[in-house]
Design a protein around this ligand. Structure first.
Ligand code: TXA
Ligand code: MG
Length: 329
């Protein structure tokens, strides 16, 4: 019921009222639809429907212990499913709609499939800053569980073609909304503990979160529990975002067999440049598409020039470290 016949590929829907209505029909019917958010494309299914949530895990090849982010169009719906505490309200006022996912306790009457929480008593929620995503949620009349629309551990998709190449035969449809503007996944913040913890660095930085929460001590463990043991955000396994070719960081130049992914004005010799002007927003928006592009070329490795470890650069380097982990080069 949840996938088109094997070998066939999904429908590509236009980013207009007709396309969204058709996509919402599939979601209500328990099928899967990929759609853009401001960060990356999501693989969406009805978050209240166990079967739809199971088919998300199956399509991605994702381990069932790794919970999903649930997407909403408004806070009143969110507060039915989680305990939306004062800290969450402050952060929502500052950053929503936007690329911040909040991990909160599931409410007593939570409607969301327990599988989306991977059996835990917490749920990650966010309101995406993308009109199509929010219209899809409203028309589907249900919160939408949506991990990034890639096979588990691969590079996240930032355009419809990326989704079709990996998941085209596993989903009913993709809404083609062009390229994602942010290009890197949301910041995941655990608000279930006294000192909030950044479980995954993203566009919203720890400094911005700290300034909204005032005196609260915000901790950063994003990426520091890499072996899968004692892990609060099981998606933060070391080997993630992996291209097929080995990737190495902090390179000044490429070896003969490698492509070179550059950053900044000094990188005129690079095969591709994340941002010739050295702009971190531009680099984040280009990151996954350029890694995918280089991975398809006739090289046997990807060398990446240094990206500054400040602001959004922390999230970019986090994804690069994961892509590099386990690489022999
Ligand atoms: O930008 C994004 O967040 C994209 C778009 C589609 O919204 N979604 C996304 O989902 O990146 P996904 O599934 O690829 O990554 C979700 C991350 C994983 O690291 C997962 O372990 C963590 O969030 N997560 C989800 N629910 C959690 C929970 N209850 N507790 C701790 N971590 C959680
Ligand atoms: Mg992902």
């Amino acid at each position: 019921m949840n996938a088109p016949p094997s070998g066939s590929t999904c429908k590509v829907l236009a980013d207009d009222a007709h396309g969204i209505t058709e996509a919402a029909g599939y979601i209500r019917d328990g099928q899967l639809v990929a759609f853009a958010t401001e960060t990356v494309y999501g693989l969406g299914g009805d978050a209240t429907d166990d079967d739809a949530v199971v088919s998300i895990f199956k399509a991605k090849g994702r381990p069932r212990f790794n919970p999903l982010i649930v997407h909403y169009a408004d806070i009143s719906e969110i507060s039915r499913d989680v305990d939306f505490n004062a800290r969450a309200q402050k952060l929502a006022a500052a950053f929503w709609p936007g690329p911040l996912s909040l991990v909160l306790p599931r409410s007593a009457n939570c409607r969301i499939s327990l599988m989306a929480s991977a059996g835990m008593d917490t749920l990650a929620v966010r309101i995406p800053d993308h009109k199509t995503a929010r219209r899809l949620i409203v028309e589907s009349q249900t919160p939408i569980a949506a991990p990034s629309a890639n096979k588990s551990n691969h590079v996240s998709p930032t355009c419809a073609e990326h989704v079709i190449s990996e998941l085209g035969s596993d989903i009913a449809a993709v809404i083609d909304c062009g390229h994602c503007t942010v290009g890197i996944e949301s910041t995941v913040l655990d608000l279930t503990v006294e000192n909030p913890i950044v479980l995954r660095p993203g566009k919203v930085t720890i400094e911005e979160i700290t300034s909204v929460l005032g005196t609260t001590n915000v901790m950063n463990t994003g990426g520091n529990s890499p072996n899968g043991h004692d892990i609060k955000s099981p998606g933060m396994l070391e080997r993630h975002y992996a291209p097929h070719q080995p990737l190495r960081m902090d390179a000044q130049k490429a070896e003969p067999h490698e492509s070179l992914l550059g950053f900044g004005p000094e990188a005129s010799h690079a095969t591709l440049n994340l941002s010739p002007s050295g702009d971190l927003d531009e680099a984040a928006a280009n990151l996954f598409a350029m890694i995918r592009d280089l991975d398809r070329r006739d090289f046997s490795g990807i060398a990446v020039m240094p990206v500054p470890e400040t602001g959004l650069g922390c999230a970019i380097n986090d994804r690069l470290r994961r892509a590099a982990h386990g690489s022999s080069a």
